[in-house]
Design a protein. Structure first.
Lengths: 605, 258
């Protein structure tokens, strides 16, 4: 068996390997000889606004990089990506590599994509030239719309056939979707030719249902702000767009198939629709040249104006803010603050501007200018009236809004220097023209600082902030202490007694030195009474020598202290009858008194 | 007593005399440099004038006028970004000077492309300088604690002082909050001003990173991050990008040259 297997193995190697080598060689030879290249368009005729697909296909050849496409005027050709396939038919293997491009026409007409030459493996392959016909866009005929044969179509609606130059209007693009369109997406405007107009913002409107002929459509409005910039007959459109609609086809969307990418099998039918809205022509009228107000600066619309001025009591050179709020409908973005020739005695600075729209298209809203002006000299009594002129297209006439003069009090100037305009030189009336340059340099150095360290980072300043905290804490402590004393009469008495004793001892030393024995003993008794009274919580005047035995001994006062107290009281009594004592004798009593007081203070009260 | 007083005055004079004399000399030098730079400016030699104003700043003397004139010289020399930096410095020292505000606004109007713009509350807070906010907040703080202390010491006045105390406490808290915000704005968040004619902000901090946006001379941008020689900056509306540090001037709190 082993031998048989060995024989078989040797036979397989002997027969199959040469066959494979020969087959590969034949395939390579076939590949080398069968290499081909062709260019194809998926459609030969398209409408302006649609795309065509261009494929450069190589069979049994690979050029590596996508071939460069010659420039064709009127066509934009963008590379999308490659795709490849491999087939094995009747024993012949074919590999196909395609480079795909998107061809977008810029205008209608006949175009030729010239022959493309590609070098592959030393050979040059060439494709045939391709012709592409681009027809002008055309809207579906009214019959088709009325019959409901169009799943979607586009209309352009302008509010009026005549406009004034600079008059902004809201045009409406109406995307109409047939009743059976379940949903739509990928809406893309591909062309909006509007040479004589400035196209502004756009905003979707509220959907509504309309009946056109026998068909019911869902109308999806898209509003568009347009402002004419050229006079004469101006055309907008044809507008082209693309949209993907999902048509109800009786089949429901199946999420099971959809997750595998088989939407066509399980869901509604998706269709890409090219939309074309017919061009519209508008007559754009120039603004009238008669009765143009002197301050007219090109504003077209319908506006109202509010003006506020403040402060009205200033020194010459001080700033005054003039706030002008213009509200209404019109080209607010282009609105400028008109020159005010009557403000020649004021220096004007570039205004700050704040624009607030009240609609999505930017046609309604308000524009606020904050203009800083400085009176040049004292004695100016008023800010002259402020005027704003505009052309009202509805009334077909110019209108002028006026804010009356504002009374001012201008005092002689202080230290603030009046700024001068660069290149201005002198104070002439022409200076009220719009400021076109920076304010000139300052001639004075001003107050010099040697450090720019903020106060907040200077240690002394931070430390100084501790002062009020400390003051508050001290006040709080003081208040607590006062309250505690007010609520504790024993403590108050103790402190008062301590004070009386402290002062009494001082007095005793003085009296001893003076040899005034009468006053000395009177003070000594008062000090003892004060201390014993505080200890026994009874009036000081009620304390006599008898208290020593009656109340102090039971409280455990030491025998030594009791003896001292007796001695002191008796010495005081004796002094009444024999008042003359020497300084030495009086001084000798003081240590005894202090010892007695200490013993009393140590006694439990 | 009189002798002691005279001795104290003499000692103070000895101690402070040199400092006062040095300060006086520095002021005189600065004044002379300022006059010379102004003359150069009037002659149209703006770059030289700018160097003159910078010399004053490098000498350690600062005033809104120096920064303002430096901004003008930079502006006239075509260095919009450095002009904006100088005007901002002048505004930090003198935030309500109409000349400074007008020139900063005018310079900002010349800047093309993306730029960061402060929100309205930030603009409002910029009307006072950091030191002014500090003094206001400190004043309210002192007043509030002073009134609280008086109420402790003189309880009889408590009913009279109730509302002033409440108002001063609320004012101290509000002004403290405003001060904190201004402090954070000036020190926590950094603003980079583009000082080259045009700089490419890239999506990453590498030369090879794809371009994110182009920024132009004078554009003020928020600094969001930094890595090596790159700064991530943004205008708050578009996606941020990384620019080379050398293309921008990063504004710190008050101080520094321009």
């Amino acid at each position: 068996m082993q031998r048989a297997r060995s024989l078989f193995g040797r036979s397989w190697r002997g027969c199959c390997l040469p066959a494979l080598v020969v087959g590969a060689a034949l395939w390579m030879a076939a590949s080398a000889t069968g290499a081909s290249f062709r260019a194809t368009l998926d459609r030969e005729t398209i409408m302006l606004g649609e795309d065509a697909g261009l494929s450069l296909t190589f069979e049994d050849a690979s050029p590596g990089d996508p071939p460069a496409i010659p420039n064709v005027p009127g066509l934009r050709i963008e590379y999308i990506g490659p795709s490849s396939s491999f087939s094995f038919i009747n024993g012949r293997t074919t590999s196909t590599l395609s480079f795909n491009y998107r061809v977008t026409p810029q205008r209608a007409g006949e175009f030729t994509i010239p022959a493309i030459a590609v070098s592959v493996g030393g050979r040059t392959l060439q494709s045939a030239p391709l012709r592409l016909r681009v027809t002008p866009p055309s809207a579906p005929p009214p019959e088709a719309v009325q019959a409901g044969s169009q799943p979607a179509f586009l209309r352009l609606v302008l509010p009026k056939p005549e406009l004034y130059l600079g008059e902004p209007v809201a045009a409406e693009l109406q995307l109409c979707l047939r009743q059976d369109v379940q949903s739509f997406g990928n809406f893309q405007l591909t062309a909006l030719p509007a040479d004589g107009f400035s196209v502004g913002r756009n905003a979707p409107g509220a959907r509504r249902r309309v009946q056109i002929g026998n068909a019911v459509y869902t109308l999806v409005p898209i509003q568009l702000a347009l402002t004419p910039v050229k006079t004469g007959a101006q055309t907008i459109g044809p507008v082209t767009a693309r949209v993907t609609v999902e048509l109800a086809g009786g089949r429901r969307r199946d999420p099971f198939f959809e997750q595998f990418g088989f939407g066509l099998f399980g869901g509604a039918e998706q269709r890409d629709v090219t939309l074309v809205a017919e061009a519209q022509t508008v007559r754009v009228l120039p603004l009238p040249t008669n009765n143009v107000p002197p301050g007219f600066s090109g504003a077209v619309g319908n506006f109202s104006m509010e003006v506020s001025v403040g402060p009205t009591n200033v020194a010459a050179g001080d700033p005054i803010t003039v706030r002008v709020r213009i509200t209404g409908r019109g080209a607010l973005e282009a609105l400028t603050l008109p020159e005010q020739p009557a403000w020649a005695r004021f220096k004007t600075y570039p205004p700050t501007v704040n624009l607030d729209y009240t609609d999505h298209l930017g046609l309604y809203g308000s524009k606020t200018f904050e203009q800083v002006i400085t009176p040049q000299d004292a004695g100016i009594a008023e800010l002259p009236e402020f005027t704003f002129s505009f052309f009202d297209p509805d009334a077909r006439a110019y209108r002028t809004l006026t804010h009356p003069a504002t009374a001012l009090v201008v005092r002689p100037g202080g230290a603030t220097p009046v700024p001068a305009l660069a290149g201005g030189g002198s104070n002439t009336p022409n200076e009220s023209a719009p400021v076109m340059d920076i304010v000139h340099i300052k001639p004075r150095l001003g107050t010099l600082a040697t450090t720019t360290t903020p106060l907040l980072m200077r240690p002394w300043f931070v430390a100084a902030q501790g002062v009020p905290v400390l003051a508050f804490v001290l006040a709080l402590v003081w208040r607590r202490r006062t309250d505690r004393l007010a609520l504790n009469p024993r403590l108050r008495r103790r402190r008062e007694a301590a004070r009386v004793i402290r002062e009494g001892l001082g007095t005793l030393r003085r009296l001893a030195a003076a040899g005034d024995s009468e006053a000395f003993f009177a003070t000594l008794v008062r000090v003892l009474q004060e201390q014993i009274g505080e200890r026994l919580d009874c009036p000081a005047s009620a304390i006599t020598e008898a208290v020593i035995e009656e109340k102090l001994r039971p409280r455990g006062l030491s025998e030594e202290a009791l003896v001292l107290l007796h001695e002191l009281f008796q010495a005081a009594n004796l002094a009444r009858y024999a008042p003359v004592r020497s300084e030495m004798e009086l001084n000798a009593l003081l240590p005894k008194l202090e010892a007695a007081l200490r013993a009393l203070q140590e006694m439990e009260s | 007593m009189k002798r002691r007083l005279a001795l104290a005055v003499w000692l103070c004079g000895v101690a402070l005399g040199p400092a006062i004399a040095a300060a006086g000399a520095a002021t005189a030098d600065a004044l002379a440099q300022f006059e010379a730079a102004n003359r150069l400016y009037e002659q149209g030699r703006f770059a030289e004038a700018a160097r003159g104003y910078e010399a004053i700043l490098k000498g350690g003397s600062f005033s809104p006028a120096v920064y303002f004139n430096l901004g003008n010289a930079r502006f006239k020399a075509g260095e919009l970004g450095r002009a904006v930096v100088a005007y901002r410095r002048a505004m930090q020292l003198s935030p309500r000077d109409p000349d400074v505000l007008a020139n900063l606004r005018f310079a900002r109007e010349q800047v093309h492309g993306p730029k960061w713009q402060p929100a309205r509350p930030e603009q409002w807070l910029e009307r006072l300088s950091l030191d002014e906010w500090t003094l206001l907040a400190a004043g309210a703080f002192w007043l509030a604690l002073g009134l609280l202390a008086v109420r402790q010491v003189r309880p009889g006045l408590a009913s009279w002082l109730r509302w002033p105390t409440r108002i001063s406490v609320v004012a101290a808290l509000g002004l403290g909050g405003a001060l904190g915000t201004v402090w954070f704005e000036q020190t926590g968040r950094q603003i980079a001003v583009v000082i080259v004619r045009e700089a490419t902000a890239r999506q990453g901090p590498f030369e090879e990173s794809p371009e994110a946006l182009k920024v132009h001379d004078g554009a003020e941008l928020r600094v969001l991050d930094g890595k090596d020689d790159w700064l991530q900056v943004g205008d708050g509306r578009r996606r941020p990008g990384w620019v080379k540090r050398e293309a921008v001037y990063v504004l710190r709190a008050v101080g520094g040259d321009v």
